[in-house]
Ligand binder design. Sequence first.
Ligand code: DQA
Length: 157
Amino acid sequence: MRRVTTVYVFNGPNLNLLGTRRPDVYGANTLADVEALCRESTSGHGMELDFRQTNHEGTLVDWIQEAGAAVRHGSAIGLVLNAAAYTHTSVALHDAIEGAELPTVEVHISNVHAREEFRHHSHVSPVAAGIVVGFGIDGYALAIDGLVRRARPLRAV
Ligand code: DQA
């Protein structure tokens, strides 16, 4: 029997407001649209999606530990993480990803490097497998592709 493999997508604070919060920066799509995009992507890869959002830092830590255990167990390939503002402030998220040895692709809808200086530093980047920044919500699909390719490396073409 084929084993179902999960891709986790976790979203941090204020991303529940996508569509109404700064549409000039984040676009008009809602978080439900992001989830639909991610589901289309994971099902195209024959995988399950576990998509979540929270405004609470400790909840993200708990979820990262849970996802790390699932990857160790072989039932998941990793995490796409838009930690939103916690990206720039949270040593706890850095430590959680590192401690869980969780393959993580960091995503930002906007190009954080073209914005305020306080958004230029990320506590997540040093422990990320890869980073996708500035492609709008399409960045989530790119990040899922990256995780899948990382888990199933292509042979030389
Ligand atoms: C964001 C960028 C962060 O700086 C910001 O705090 C967010 C969203 C993005 O997706 O562009 O909430 O992570």
